[in-house]
Design a protein around this ligand. Structure first.
Ligand code: PLP
Length: 385
């Protein structure tokens, strides 16, 4: 048994073993099987969509890639991506042959900043024949991907307005967003297409896997078709170059068992968040990332943001590790990453040295009260000394 307090590990407390045994006993272990359909239906229900409006994929990254195809993103297009996200968001854009164009994030929630997005478009784009193009490169700008950061929704209405003004469709990267709400809306009720990740570190997991969701059935059908090698008959006919990106029945079995526990897991995540807030939010050394005014975060992960640029995050991490508490750095902005350093340039003034100032805290759904108290005490005593 691992005696460390982890950041985000799965809570496997329901029908996982039963459903996995069903897969073995029935021989449905691959990309066809009853759990896939059940998983898709239950995800649809959980996010406020009707049946058939979700497609289970091999990962969140492949769901983004196929989602971009379904929106009509083409090779050499530009796709707008907030610089503060996991690199998979930009990688999926690259995988369809498009180029990510990074936008700054707003400083409290770290989600895409609609004002900066608008400024960036006003300054650097022009519209022609119903599409928007980059002024210098003349590339078509064909999608905006707002990201749910730590489970926190982006400011969707403002982004939608910009999307309508410039005629650039939106794909939500809600990889970490299951259980969160924009205003009172679940993911599918925002009326935007999007994706969810069920990777092992997420709120609930299928081991690895993703979901593409949309209210528009043509997009859903397109993603389903592409994810299964674009096969269109039982006679090995394929009508375009597809992918082998379908979720397996084994992954779906695990995911379904997890999904059945989603409400309790989200409640626990909220309790963990509220405990951290209650005990640590009066600190003058750091800020907490809290629910935005426009919605509710799923609180997939909790994070603190050090106020003092000179505070050494490494020392704090080392101190927590001495007590067998895993706490860690988080995402490095994408405009600083090796593969994307030379992308179209923009100013990123709000981020500064963000990676040296954000610490993610243990947030697993099975974090015990005693363990959380230990984390809180170590942090309090570190900042007292
Ligand atoms: C914001 C974001 N986007 C995309 C992904 C990719 O999801 P997956 O790991 O399932 O491919 C992740 C996963 O960690 C993520 O955090």
């Amino acid at each position: 048994m691992n005696d460390w307090i982890d950041i985000s590990i799965p809570k496997l407390g329901g029908n996982e073993i039963k459903y996995l045994k069903d897969c073995i006993n029935s021989n449905f272990v691959s990309s066809i099987g009853p759990f896939i359909n059940q998983f898709e239906s239950l995800v649809a229900k959980e996010i406020g969509l009707s049946n058939q409006k979700t497609v289970a994929t091999s990962s969140g990254t492949t769901a983004i890639q196929l989602g971009l195809h379904s929106i009509g993103v083409k090779q050499n297009d530009i796709v707008i991506v907030p610089t503060y996200t996991f690199i998979a968001t930009a990688n999926a854009v690259s995988h369809v042959g498009a180029n990510p164009w990074f936008v700054d994030v707003e400083s409290s929630q770290l989600t895409i900043d609609p004002i900066k997005l608008l400024n960036q478009l006003e300054k650097n784009s022009f519209q022609e024949n119903g599409s928007t193009y980059h002024k210098d490169t003349k590339q078509r700008i064909s999608c905006i991907i707002p990201v749910y950061v730590f489970g926190c929704p982006p400011n969707i209405d403002l982004i939608k307005k910009i999307s309508e003004e410039y005629n650039i469709p939106i794909l939500l990267d809600s990889a970490c967003g299951i259980g969160s709400k924009y205003k009172n809306l679940k993911l599918g009720q925002t009326n935007l297409p999007g994706i969810i990740s069920f990777n092992g570190n997420k709120t609930i997991t299928s081991g690895a896997g993703g979901i593409f969701y949309s209210n528009e059935i043509d997009k859903v059908d397109k993603v389903r078709h592409l994810s299964t090698t674009a096969k269109c008959s039982g006679k090995y006919d394929h009508d375009e170059i597809g992918y082998n990106f379908r979720m397996s029945n084994i992954q779906a079995a695990l995911g379904l068992a997890q999904l059945e526990q989603l409400d309790q897991i989200i409640d626990k995540k909220r309790t963990i968040h509220n405990n951290y807030l209650k005990e640590l939010s009066d600190s003058n050394k750091f800020n907490f990332i809290v629910d935005p005014s426009w919605g509710l975060s799923s609180h997939w992960l909790n994070a603190i943001f050090l106020k003092n640029e000179n505070e050494n995050l490494d020392n704090l991490i080392q101190q927590l590790r001495r007590f067998k508490i895993r706490a860690n750095y988080f995402w490095k902005p994408l405009h600083l990453q090796q593969p994307y350093r030379n992308n179209l340039k923009v100013d990123f003034d709000s981020l500064g040295d963000i990676q040296n100032r954000i610490l993610v805290l243990p947030s697993s759904a099975n974090l015990s009260s005693n363990d959380q108290i230990k984390v809180i005490e170590v942090i309090k005593s570190y900042f007292k000394s």
